[in-house]
Design a protein around this ligand. Sequence first.
Ligand code: FEO
Length: 400
Amino acid sequence: MPCTQKVTDDIVWVGGSDRRLALFENVFPLPDGISYNAYVILDEKTALMDTADAAIAERFLTNVEGALAGRKLDYLVVNHMEPDHCAMIGEIVRRYPEIKLVGNTKTFRFMEQFFDFPLQDRCITVKEGDTLTLGRHLLHFVMAPMVHWPEVMMSYDSTDKILFSADAFGTFGAFHGPIFADQINFQVRYVDEARRYYTNIVGKYGPQVQAVLKKATGLDIAILCPLHGPIWRKDLGWILDKYDKWSRYEPEEKGVVIAYGSMYGNTEAAAEELANLLAQKGVTALRLYDVSKTDSSYLISDLFRFSNFVLAAPTYNNGVYLPMNALLHDIAALNLQNRQYSLISNGSWAPISGKKMDEALNKLKGMQQVGETVQFRSSLKAEQLPQLKALAQAICDSLK
Ligand code: FEO
């Protein structure tokens, strides 16, 4: 039985949610699952906007069939070729053999790499500014390279002012019934997962997101239809503003993330003491995380959110404690910039983690150290408390 919802009178959402998948891309934890969106436009010609992940194959195919209600499918517009959206292309072509596939040059290169069915005579290759008329609806194609793969494009329906935005404006998290952001208090319920999705999946490509946002400002958009998560038809400015901040690597708010690595609790104790000192000085926007316990995707998300962070780690193999090293790698890979950082370094015989962490962060754009690195051997002693207090004061001053 189809399980669809109307987006407008002649556009039907035909997606679904996967609550069983543990890790998105086999990397990122999904405590509340994920949704895959696809849309059928019913006009003089019919068009399917992207497909779905193989995990929801049966539901997706039933939904497409239900939305078409016996009509044939004329076009499949492929905005993104990552398998969480393209996995069902082969099956769609098998079921609707007369279908035309709409994509750009890179789309079809990837399609040949992923699939074995013959492409000749099926493909309509489009480029920036090209259009496709379905009857009443007119689709304009907007290239969006690296948001999040090089072939990504968006489709803008100028008739109803709808932007099919591919991965952009998506989020982790399954649907719980409603599919519109204005029905579910997105700003409270989904914002953290939307940020975690953006920063970890697209975070590296801020300049490319900025380029697409500039194109979007030239469009009159009433509805945003992403490939994951709720559809936006109200307060579009809110999510556009978040994307603008995230892609400019500008913090959303002043606050401090303390991420510590600790083998036996001594570095943890110093991190806890710093959090305590900051709290006593009135800092309430504080997050304290154990890098061995909290998945790095959550840390990255908060590092994008807040203005300051503190890394505290022991020395290990004459370098930085391994889970902290992994976080440093992710910080660099995802292009985090323009933050104020502070360091706490531990080591029992040859402490060097502070120097190594500083070297790693110094290479990144717009990073500024706040306070002196607090360096101790094995455990923080009472006589070193003034150093930690001085660091807390420096962080407080930097938040003003
Ligand atoms: Fe949701 Fe880049 O795929």
